[in-house]
Design a protein. Structure first.
Length: 281
């Protein structure tokens, strides 16, 4: 469990760092040149490594713990933006950072013992695929005229679906690279996780255009924790340490409230991107 916790914290650090690196590139280049800037490429590398770290964490920890810890990337972004981008910090931001860190410590302690996913309920995969189809259809239908809040919600649900798939997917415990690739290729939840990630990416970009970074970050911070946590606890057999349920609920509420406050921080807005927890199968 310690290794999984370390992986989740590493993912949060990498996601937050990647956001700031991409913002730094945007300040030094314009248009398509941003995508080729070394800082932007480094930021994408951080995102990729953060995603891999999140997959490691999701194999052993409850979804509510991993998603909450990854949402802590907002803290990393705010603090790094202050140093690297010279972004202003409000007095309330310091308090929010302390609340998030304290709440995440409690959530880490509240995680139950390692609980590999057991047999999935009947119809689980079909339901996941149906939800994926609905999100894809709504994204396409509303792309031109949909409101910003809708795309923020679609992006958050896409990221949530990717995290749920990553937690639920069953792969060979001991397999060579070739065998593992073949297993992923024929596993519906693995493909669904990638598709959820695509929906998230498209909707996220649209949300930033129409809702702005603060509103997008706030919606995603809440939905990406609440939805996967609910599915994890009710369907995927995630557990809370005995005697810790109340503390876990209180810590989750405080962490989410503080993340919403940090989403509106000038430091977050200065990055031009909402730091979010990505997890794709």
């Amino acid at each position: 469990m310690r290794a999984a916790l370390l992986a989740a914290l590493t993912g949060a650090l990498l996601y937050g760092s990647g956001t700031v690196l991409q913002a730094l590139a945007a300040r030094r280049a314009a248009g398509p040149h941003v995508l080729r800037h070394p800082w932007y490429v480094a930021g994408l590398g951080c995102d990729l490594l953060g995603w891999l770290a999140s997959l490691v964490a999701l194999r052993a920890l409850p979804l509510f713990t991993v998603q909450a810890l990854l949402a802590g990337s907002l803290v990393v972004t705010v603090l790094l933006a202050r140093v690297v981008l010279d972004a202003p910090l409000r007095r309330s931001d310091g308090g929010a950072v302390v609340v998030v860190v304290g709440a995440l410590v409690v959530l880490a302690r509240a995680a139950g013992p390692e609980s590999p996913v057991r047999a999935l309920p009947d119809g689980f995969t079909a339901t996941v695929l149906a939800v994926l189809g609905i999100l894809a259809v709504v994204s396409v239908a509303c792309y031109r005229r949909g409101p910003g809040w809708l795309f923020a919600l679609l992006a958050a649900l896409g990221a949530s679906g990717a995290a749920i798939c990553a937690r639920a997917v069953t792969l060979p415990a001991a397999a060579g690279t070739g065998e593992l690739v073949r297993a992923v290729a024929v596993e519906p939840l693995a493909g669904a996780g990638a598709a959820f990630g695509l929906v998230m990416t498209v909707a996220y970009a649209r949300a930033l255009e129409r809702a702005g970074v603060g509103a997008t970050a706030a919606v995603m911070a809440v939905v990406e924790v609440v939805v996967p946590a609910t599915v994890g606890l009710m369907v995927l057999h995630d557990s809370v340490r005995p005697g810790w349920p109340v503390a876990a609920v209180v810590a989750s509420v405080l962490a989410l409230a503080a993340c919403v406050a940090l989403a509106a921080s000038p430091a977050t807005t200065a990055t031009g991107h909402a730091p979010v927890a990505h997890a794709e199968a």
